[in-house]
Design a protein around this ligand. Structure first.
Ligand code: PMP
Ligand code: GLU
Length: 412
């Protein structure tokens, strides 16, 4: 059967592939430590679940408006005003099937063939692929680990060409774990504000997972009057409320953009699952959920600090201190091109390193290649502290060529 040419330019999501690989091994009875998953290990707060169950019981099982119910969009508009200082009315919001779908529709609705999109590296694996599917051209700007992977205004300025149409910013970031401070966002904004044809797509899905007392800053809030017509604000419920499987994302933006996304979505998926709409209202407005969100955030902060310290204590690994999200993005450059482990294997890049780590000591990490760094690996700390310790013992043992302190077979 013929497969469309458009698929030849993209690859499968490595993050989902690693997760599937680790799960398949677990099913075979292998004691795998999974640092691959980009999803909270907590359950969705009960009031949110109850809202969906109640909606099902009440018969909310029919088509809804493509963009989502007015109640759900109003709850999102209220949240954006209250938490982000963004003034989007409900008719400037569209709810889609997860943050991924929101971003994809936004890019499909705005890019023309050949349009250049500036993507700071390291980047979430799906950005370049989505840009390519939409006919655009990804242009990478490499953040330096010495600057916590953050790009500088000069780097952004140097990447601009007459074909630049969009800048994607993700803060807090997957996989870098870094966060731009408001002053740093302002400095980047000053570079592109003189170029009115450039739109900013701000992926704010990790906004609530911030450490050290920081508070997130939405791109649009840097200067609402200046940016309200040039900003696409994407978010979802997946990470904040531990709702990855629910598939709820949303986009807020200028009216013509939301209308275009509506048109596209009406021909693709229609509305999201109808009985999830009241769950959105509950998630964003029931104060009971705030405690759960804060507890998860605190847990991630403690685990992130712990994993970061342990990673840096391993000879050959260096890691930038995470300030948000739930990932450590560690350099394994010092471990490449030399014999490693009891089997004295030699790895030339992060893909080989990750493969060997899984094969020899059953630890799943995501190679950095598809995040733009082929000598880094991503470790998610959305898992228990005991799993983190066990996994890091194994990595240490693999690197040193010793037997792990905790046996490979011991239950977690
Ligand atoms: N943006 C980033 C940076 C992500 O890490 C993810 C994780 N999947 C998404 C968007 C998409 O989120 P969702 O699971 O809601 O599709
Ligand atoms: N965002 C998560 C990750 O990066 C989920 C997987 C995906 O959608 O890519 O691992």
């Amino acid at each position: 059967m013929q497969i469309a040419d458009r698929l030849s330019v993209i690859s499968e999501s490595i993050t989902l592939a690693v997760q599937a690989q680790a799960n398949a091994l677990k099913k075979q009875g292998v004691d795998v430590i999974g640092f691959g998953a980009g999803e909270p290990d907590f359950d969705t707060p009960i009031p949110i679940k109850e809202a969906a169950i109640e909606a099902l019981r009440a018969g909310k099982t029919k088509y809804e408006p493509t963009a989502g119910t007015l109640e759900a969009r109003t709850a999102i508009a209220d949240k954006l005003r209250r938490y982000n200082a963004l003034e989007y009315p409900p008719d400037q919001i569209i709810i889609s099937v997860g943050g991924k779908h929101s971003l994809y529709l936004a890019l499909m609705a705005t890019l023309n063939p050949g349009d250049e999109v500036i993507i700071p590296a390291p980047y979430w694996v799906s950005y370049p692929e989505m840009v390519k599917l939409a006919g655009g051209v990804p242009v990478f700007v490499r953040g330096d680990p010495s600057n916590d992977f953050k790009i500088t205004p000069q780097q952004l300025a140097d990447a601009l060409t007459p074909a630049t149409r969009m800048f994607i910013i993700n803060s807090p970031s997957n996989p870098g774990g870094h966060t731009y401070h408001p002053q740093e966002l302002l400095a980047l904004a000053e570079v592109i504000q003189k170029h009115p044809h450039i739109t900013v797509c701000s992926d704010e899905i990790y906004e609530r997972l911030l450490f050290n007392g920081q508070r997130s800053c939405s791109w649009g809030a840097i200067n609402w009057d200046l940016w309200k017509d040039r900003t696409i604000t994407c978010n979802c419920l997946s990470k904040t409320y531990a709702m990855t499987g629910w598939r709820i994302g949303y986009t807020a933006g200028p009216k013509p953009l939301i209308a275009a996304m509506n048109k596209l979505q009406s021909q693709m998926t229609s509305n999201i699952t109808s009985f999830c709409m009241p769950a959105i209202v509950n998630a964003l407005s029931d104060p009971a959920n705030e405690k759960a969100v804060e507890n998860m955030r605190l847990a991630f902060e403690g685990r992130g600090e712990h994993m970061w310290r342990r990673l840096n204590a391993i000879n050959g690994i260096t890691c930038v201190r995470p300030s948000g999200a739930f990932y450590c993005f560690a350099s394994v450059r010092g471990l490449l091109n030399r014999p490693l482990g009891a089997a004295a294997v030699v790895c030339h890049d992060a893909v080989e390193f990750s493969r060997q780590l899984l094969a020899q000591v059953h630890v799943a990490v995501v190679p950095g290649n598809d995040f733009g760094f082929d000598d880094h690996v991503r470790l998610s700390y959305a898992t228990s502290k005991s799993q983190i310790d066990k996994g890091l013992d194994r990595i240490q043992a693999f690197v040193n060529g010793e037997a792990p302190r905790r046996s490979l077979e011991s239950p977690s």
